[in-house]
Each structure stands twice: as C-alpha cells, then as structure tokens.
Design a protein around this ligand. Structure first.
Ligand code: RIB
Length: 296
C-alpha cells in the first residue's frame, strides 16, 4: 500500500530558551539551529524511514529546494511537490530545558495548493492508496471529499487544531490520529475515557488513535480498544514526536501488522525522537528501533 501524504513543508528556525517568551517581553536564546520540518514533511520522512512507500504532495517556494531534496534523500517520491510564487512555509520554534516546544507558523506556499494541482494528485492515485493529511495546508475539505470519492483510505491528523476542523467532513475520514489537546477541542471533554466515548459517538465509523505523550497511546474502533505504554525517555526536544508516531504507526499498518504492534512500534520510534534535537532530523530509522530492543 502506497501512502500519498498531502502536507506541509517548512523551514524550522529553532531557538533554545530558558522559558517561552511572554507577551511584551524580549528574551535572548541560548542556541539557534535551522532544520527542515513541517508536519507533512516530517510524517513523510517517518513513513519512509519506517519502510513505507510514500509520495509527498505539496507546495514550496523558490527557496524550497532543500525541502524537496531532504525528502528525496529518504526515498520519498516528490513528483507532486510543486513550486509556487510564494515563499516556503516556515516555523519559529522555542524549545525549553524540559524539551517542550512552542511553535509559530507561517503557512506561505503550504496555503497555495492550486485546484488543478489538487486534482492532479488524485488523478494519479490508485484505489489501494492511503491518503494522509494534517491541518497545515489549504482546501482540506475539498481534499478530503476528493479522496473519499476515489475510495481511498483517509488518515487525518488535525494538527495544528483550528476552529475550521469542526466544519471538515470528518465522517469521510477512516483514521483520526490526534493528541489530547486536539481531542479536547473536538469533543469539549478532557478526561481520556470521555474523550474516546464522545469521539466514538460523533464519528461513528472513524477509527481513532489518541496519543498521550508519556502515557502512551490508545486505539479505538467500534469493536475494540487497545492501549500501549510509552517507552521511557529523557526528552530534550519533543518537536516531531507526534509526526514520528504517525509515520511509524501507518507504515506498520500498511504492511499488515496488528494494531498492538503498530502502537508499540510507533511509541518506540517517538521515544527515540524526543531524545534528539530538531523535527525531521530526529526521526529514527527502523534499524535503530531494532538495535534499541524493548527498553529504548
Ligand atoms: O510537528 C512539528 C512541526 O510542526 C515542525 O516541524 C513545524 O514545522 C510545524 O509544522
């Protein structure tokens, strides 16, 4: 099964800070690094490093050659990454000593996917393909409906969460992968059991994967609920951990692994990611999971 990931590509400007900057405050940073990122690009790299066949679709500016090149270096098909007349998307990321992050996005080219470009992505899709989407590009309702009309398996990660998501045709989605903040915004519940119950009621046939950080992850469909523990890790930068989880979960799913294995492998990959700096740069290769054994 091929994964078509229609998603963002960003340049990440990452600043190490003692504390996140507050309103009206000016602070200095301890370190600065530039990485490639974007939830879309990160998830394509995680899929590829986990062994999946992945095509990335999206838009970059004239300044975005390195975004395309990084995907190619990991074996991702970039024939649907197009250049538009806008700068590439970028993110300003603060990382604190606990590894937590705070992200400011500018969509740029990610918000400029043209209607004919969207059509061309789906013209090239095969019935068995899976379409992966995040909430960092334009025209998502159209894209979700287009994928549904073609009968493709649709996976949606509503990150970053926005009010618009409440209006998206989520009944057309097959898998919803989200964290607790996103789930609370969708359900207005903050207790995990209540969140899962409400998601199950609102989106009846949607399979839900709820990520819980250091508490692991839960899968729920109409027949079963399966939980997985997180792997112990000393986090230095959590940026990209959710993207790593998603790439590994879907790569395992695409190769026919059980849901329990998908969750466990994804948790393990995310635990390695948080122990390194950067987003795409911190995503492990599958062989690294094998070396780590079960106590990464
Ligand atoms: O999930 C992490 C990503 O979010 C970063 O790479 C940044 O670009 C934003 O899209």
């Amino acid at each position: 099964m091929r994964v078509i990931n229609f998603g963002s590509l960003n340049v990440d400007h990452v600043y190490s800070v003692e504390q996140f900057v507050k309103p009206g405050e000016t602070i200095g940073s301890q370190a600065y690094q530039k990485f490639v990122g974007g939830k879309g690009l990160n998830q394509s790299i995680a899929l590829a490093r986990a062994g999946a066949t992945v095509s990335h679709a999206g838009s970059i500016g004239a300044d975005g050659a390195m975004l395309r090149n990084v995907l190619m270096d990991d074996g991702v098909d970039v024939s649907s990454v197009f250049e538009v007349d806008q700068p590439s998307g970028h993110a300003i990321i603060q990382v604190d000593p606990a590894g937590e992050n705070c992200i400011l996005l500018h969509g740029g080219a990610n918000q400029c996917n043209a209607p004919d470009m969207i059509d061309s992505v789906f013209d090239g899709a095969d019935p068995g393909d899976m379409v992966l989407l995040q909430n960092e590009i334009n025209d998502l309702p159209k894209i979700i409906n287009h994928a549904a009309e073609k009968g493709l398996t649709i996976v949606f990660n509503p990150a970053p969460m926005s009010r618009d998501v409440l209006e998206y045709p989520l009944h057309n989605v097959d898998y919803l992968i989200l964290n607790q903040t996103e789930a609370t915004a969708l359900t207005l519940e903050d207790n995990v059991s209540k969140v899962l119950e409400t998601l199950g009621e609102k989106y009846t046939n949607v399979k839900v994967i709820l990520t819980l950080g250091s508490e692991g992850a839960v899968y729920q469909d109409t027949h079963q609920t399966i939980c997985a523990d997180a792997f112990p890790a000393r986090a230095i930068d959590t940026t990209g951990a959710g993207d790593t989880f998603i790439g590994y979960f879907l790569a395992e799913l695409a190769r026919g692994a059980s849901i329990g294995t998908c969750l466990k492998t994804a948790c393990k990959a995310a635990s390695i990611c948080v122990q390194r700096a950067g987003a795409s740069a911190s995503i492990p290769y599958k062989r690294e999971l094998e070396i780590c054994g079960d106590q990464s």
